[in-house]
Design a protein around this ligand. Structure first.
Ligand SMILES: NC(=O)C1=CN([C@@H]2O[C@H](COP(=O)(O)OP(=O)(O)OC[C@H]3O[C@@H](n4cnc5c(N)ncnc54)[C@H](OP(=O)(O)O)[C@@H]3O)[C@@H](O)[C@H]2O)C=CC1
Ligand SMILES: CC(C)(CO)C(=O)C(=O)O
Length: 319
């Protein structure tokens, strides 16, 4: 099968390079970030390291949407939530989407599948989550965090039916790519399990500008995580969404994943530290909104959203 990656950023490169190198499939990358596309062309590919080591150039095919003539079987979408609407509009205008194509995305936060569904048949959409850490330090320069072979990701059909033949073939390609795919029953519960995780790790690490390993050095982390998880689970249960992990398992996974990715700055920090807006409204903000819609106030999440926006605003007063 042939893949097209929309968004040659940290995660787009991670999926595309691993599919190309480990599964041996053809991959094309589409990106609108000019310094990134031009750097790939100048250096002959993307510069990839694993945990700061073995940095090397991986040759790739990269295109702006308007110059792309290919027809992949599957699109993999990895943009930041704030960029997605404009990206999909530009891609559609460039005429790169076709009715026969499948689409997969494992972006963090919520709200992206509804946007993607405007351009693709719901029967050809696969929702995903990725407990896979990747840093993008500069245009065309990425660092795959974590020991090779420990990647884990979940996927579930958007239409809630049994995965069809093409979806199974995508699953097999992800397996060959060593991305660690696991099927989940319900995409909403699967995605919310990751949202609540990010609502703890991404948000708190970003506010304090720390790596995940530094975060768990504080012995109050379990209590803080439990408070945020309790509110999030209560909101989800009122909305009829059942997560794929229990409250206790989520707390343990904060500790375990942070140990495994001890040098990782969550993706939210990567935006924060470069002066860009963060995805907090799609993570803690989404949980808070879900709560309000079901007569439940997630006070801590609402406060945390303010704290992140306060920190974003305060960047102008700091060096
Ligand atoms: N990174 C990770 O470990 C994980 C990320 N995710 C999720 O995947 C989705 C895609 O995220 P991710 O791949 O991390 O994001 P990206 O790496 O795609 O973000 C890159 C974007 O940031 C902007 N940018 C500008 N300057 C720089 C710079 N110097 N260095 C890096 N980026 C710059 C560019 O957009 P512009 O020019 O418009 O500013 C560029 O398109 C998100 O929903 C994220 O939450 C999920 C799991 C793990
Ligand atoms: C890698 C991980 C799981 C860390 O929270 C992530 O989702 C991110 O960095 O956005």
């Amino acid at each position: 099968m042939k893949y097209g990656i929309i968004g040659a950023g940290a995660m787009g490169y991670r999926y595309g390079v691993m599919l190309q190198e480990n599964a041996g499939v053809q991959v094309d990358f589409i990106d609108t970030w000019q310094p990134n596309v031009e750097k790939v062309r100048e250096q002959g590919g993307v510069s990839v390291a694993r945990d700061h080591e073995n940095r090397h150039i991986v040759p790739i095919n990269i295109y702006y949407p308007e110059e792309y003539m290919g027809h992949p079987d599957v699109w993999i979408v990895f943009k930041k939530q704030m960029q997605l609407t404009d990206e999909l509009q530009r891609d559609a205008k460039a005429g790169i989407f076709h009715d026969d194509q499948y689409v997969f995305s494992a972006m963090n936060g919520m709200g992206h599948f509804e946007k993607i569904a405007k351009y693709f048949s719901p029967d050809k959409m696969i929702c995903g989550t990725a407990m896979i850490a990747t840093r993008m330090d500069a245009p065309a320069n990425v660092d795959f965090m974590g020991v090779a072979g420990t990647e884990v990701m979940h996927m579930a059909p958007y239409n809630r039916e049994t995965p069809d033949e093409t979806m199974q073939a995508i699953f097999e390609d992800f397996k060959k790519a060593v991305l660690g795919p696991v099927w989940a029953k319900d995409w909403q519960g699967m995605c919310m399990s990751k949202v609540v995780f990010n609502a703890v790790c991404n948000t708190l690490c970003t506010m304090f500008q720390i790596q995940m390993g530094q975060f768990i050095a504080y012995d109050g982390v379990r209590d803080m995580a439990r408070q945020l998880f309790d509110e999030a689970f209560d909101a989800c249960e009122r909305a009829g969404i059942y997560l794929i992990e229990s409250r206790k398992e989520e707390v343990e996974s904060v500790i375990e994943v942070s140990k495994a990715y001890k040098y990782h700055y969550p993706s939210m920090y990567q935006d924060f530290s470069k002066g860009r807006p963060t995805e907090v409204d799609y993570i803690n903000g989404y949980i808070a909104k879900l709560g309000r819609e079901h007569d439940y106030v997630c006070r801590t999440h609402e406060f945390v959203v303010h704290e992140v926006h306060l920190a974003e605003t305060m960047r102008q007063f700091k060096k």
